[in-house]
Design a protein around this ligand. Structure first.
Ligand SMILES: [Ca+2]
Length: 238
């Protein structure tokens, strides 16, 4: 992340991160979410939990970098992390366009382990620019059970039936396409527990979108250098 972007993040995020309801907006980005929740995610119920909000006033015609934070706590008999299916949906103000990013789809599910990982609870951030796929997080962390998993991961992206998804399913639905639409309109975070036995609670979430401001290209920097050099030569000639 370059310096101007960090400064903009500081501007946006300094406003509301400690509040129960997180809301901060600038015409080049927003941060929206809730913390301190304890919402039970219904066991084995595809209707799940949805949290929606509306955004207006953001600049259109430029891409936005979209990231999501999602925290779930498993109780004494908490759900396996492999139970969950979660996505972020964005619909434009007219409702004519929408995109969906699959954040988690039965993480750990594979032909040898169709129910996925048995760890319980997580505090995850999803970003397309992260290094590793959240679906295989144990592989990236050394292959063992990790308990509550943390950190920043690539979204799962496997938009297939949660009852049949595998690690080898195609990863077709990341976050980037959401940031290529008009960022105004409706955003919805959804999480469901798709397997009987064990439940968890949604404790917090946050969606962030930040305009991607183009950096000066190497070519334009070279052009500016040439202009300075030519100005120096002209002054010396005079
Ligand atoms: Ca369950």
């Amino acid at each position: 992340m370059n310096t101007p972007r960090i400064l903009l993040w500081a501007l946006i995020c300094g406003i509301g991160v400690t509040c129960h309801s997180l809301q901060a907006q600038h015409n080049l980005g927003f941060s929206y979410g809730e913390s301190g929740l304890g919402m039970a995610i219904p066991d084995n119920d595809p209707s799940g939990i949805a949290r929606s909000f509306e955004i207006s006033g953001l600049m259109v015609g430029i891409p936005y970098d979209v990231t999501v934070r999602l925290s779930v706590e498993g109780g004494e008999f908490g759900a396996y992390n492999g139970d969950y299916y979660a996505y972020l949906l964005h619909e434009t103000p007219s409702g004519s366009e929408f995109r969906l990013a699959v954040l988690m789809n039965r993480v750990g599910s594979s032909s040898s382990s169709p129910n996925g990982y048995s760890d319980s609870g997580f505090q995850l951030t999803f970003s397309d620019s992260a290094q590793y796929d959240v679906h295989r997080y144990r592989v990236s962390l050394g292959g063992e059970s990790v308990g509550a998993v943390m950190g920043t991961w690539q979204p799962d992206g496997r938009r297939v039936d949660p009852s049949t998804v595998l690690d080898t399913s195609p990863r077709t639905d990341p976050l980037t396409p959401l940031g290529q639409l008009d960022p105004n309109g409706r955003w919805t975070l959804f999480v469901a527990d798709m397997e009987a036995g064990g439940t968890g609670k949604l404790t917090g979430w946050e969606v962030r979108a930040l305009a991607v401001i183009p950096e000066p290209s190497a070519l334009s920097m070279l052009g500016m250098g040439l202009l300075v050099w030519m100005g120096y030569r002209v002054r010396r000639s005079a």
